[in-house]
Design a protein around this ligand. Structure first.
Ligand SMILES: [Fe+2]
Length: 415
């Protein structure tokens, strides 16, 4: 049975220096962090609390999140990220479309780039067999396309941003359609101790997938979800029980326990936005997620632009065995909210992770670039950087583990 419990200050790996260590070394700092959070969580019901800018507080100090025991609206109103009308980024961004951006308009109309592959993508569909045994070294990541990754870490099995639907769209008959079938069906995933959901956009929160999950399409799923503050409201409307949802503000964490194993999931700052309609912009939070186990640590970027917080996250919660950063669906004009391959490579370097697994590409046409440009650019950057840059680029459906090499540019064979 899976249980999810709130991390308590000083009781988790996030408060310590190395995986598996007790929190004694970080106790004092975390008491301070807890005091700051306690200050920030009292008083006003909306707007920012008095005192130093809470957005300047260090990234990722352990705290508590368990939605079923608190009012969601109260927690949102008290969040340091809440402006009174929506969540805000650490660094303000503008999402206004410039109607005079002739270059982007021309790119859209006449760019001539192959934004979706013409050929069939070579999927690895043997995952059901490959994943039967535990990972030999305690860590294995299986990329299922876009930002859906099955993470096996220190005995716990997690699934990120599950998208098994046909389209990344609010409607079934239109919108970006996936290039490829899913390499592994929901009923082939095996045990899933918790689903991790970074934010509410359609290419991450796929309603048809959740409806299938709730109908029992993934018999191994515990029913537990860890997500960013406010996103649970969408899930409840789809039928997920409130008691199954754990919502986290940035720097808050929750333990996922299963089969005698335990990891901590900590929500971390990202530069993005949210919304599923024209009227709910930024009403729910977006987040990266650090997963900290007794032996291994991994980072999942969600969707994000570049931010110095990635270096802080690496310093405070690392060292990470692997960081998953988004590389696709980007544009030079969208740099505030999407990394693209070059900035993802920089973020990976700033974080000091041992390996990079690129995500958020190869499944949906959501931008203006050639479908494989992000992967090709990243490969060239990794090759130029030499052996110290471990960049894993498995085929869709493929698995990667520490010590393995996955640097074959498989996309070059697809027209
Ligand atoms: Fe996305």
């Amino acid at each position: 049975m899976t249980t999810i419990g709130a991390s308590s200050v000083g009781d988790g790996p996030s408060a310590a220096g190395a995986p598996g260590q007790a929190a004694a070394a970080g106790q004092s700092a975390d008491d301070d962090a807890a005091a700051r959070r306690s200050d920030a969580m009292t008083g006003v019901s909306s707007g920012l609390p008095e005192g130093p800018d809470p957005l300047d507080q260090p990234a990722c100090r352990g705290s508590v999140g368990r939605e079923s025991h608190r009012s969601r609206l109260q927690r949102i109103g008290n969040s340091p990220r809440w402006s009174g009308s929506g969540f805000r980024n650490t660094h303000p961004i503008s999402l206004q479309v410039n109607p005079f951006d002739v270059r982007m308009a021309a790119d859209f109309a006449f760019g001539g780039k192959r934004r979706a592959p013409k050929g069939t993508l070579p999927l690895l569909r043997d995952g059901a067999v490959r994943l039967q045994g535990p990972p030999p070294r305690g860590l294995r990541l299986t990329w299922l396309g876009h930002s859906t990754v099955l993470i096996e870490i220190d005995g716990v099995r997690l699934l990120t941003d599950p998208v098994f639907g046909l389209r990344a769209s609010p409607v079934s008959f239109a919108g970006p359609r996936r290039y490829h079938p899913v390499p592994l069906e929901l009923d082939e995933l095996g045990r899933i101790d918790a689903i991790l959901l970074s934010h509410d956009h359609y290419d991450h929160l796929c309603a048809p997938t959740w409806r299938r999950l709730l109908r029992g399409a993934c018999p191994g799923w515990s029913g537990q979800v860890v997500t960013a503050l406010g996103v649970g409201a969408h899930l409840e409307r789809l039928g997920v029980a409130p008691s199954q949802i754990c919502e986290l503000d940035w720097s808050e964490g929750a333990f996922v326990e299963a089969a005698g194993a335990r990891v901590e999931v900590i929500a971390t700052p990202s530069q993005h936005f949210s919304g599923r309609s024209a009227t709910d912009r930024n009403r729910t939070l977006w987040a990266g997620l650090a997963i900290v186990g007794p032996r291994h640590r991994v980072f999942f970027s969600g969707d994000t632009g570049a931010t110095p917080k990635h270096a802080e996250i690496g310093r405070d919660l690392g060292p990470f065995d692997v960081a998953m950063f988004e590389i696709g669906a980007w544009n030079p004009a969208w740099g505030a909210v999407h990394l693209g391959p070059a900035r993802a490579f920089e973020a990976f370097a700033s974080m000091g992770a041992r390996a990079l697994l690129p995500i958020h590409w190869a499944t949906f046409d959501l931008a203006l670039h050639h479908w494989s440009e992000p992967a090709e650019t990243l490969r060239l950057l990794a090759d130029a950087a030499g052996a110290e840059a471990a960049v894993w680029q498995p085929q869709i459906g493929g698995s990667v583990s520490p010590g393995a090499v996955a640097d074959t540019p498989w996309w070059r064979a697809v027209p």
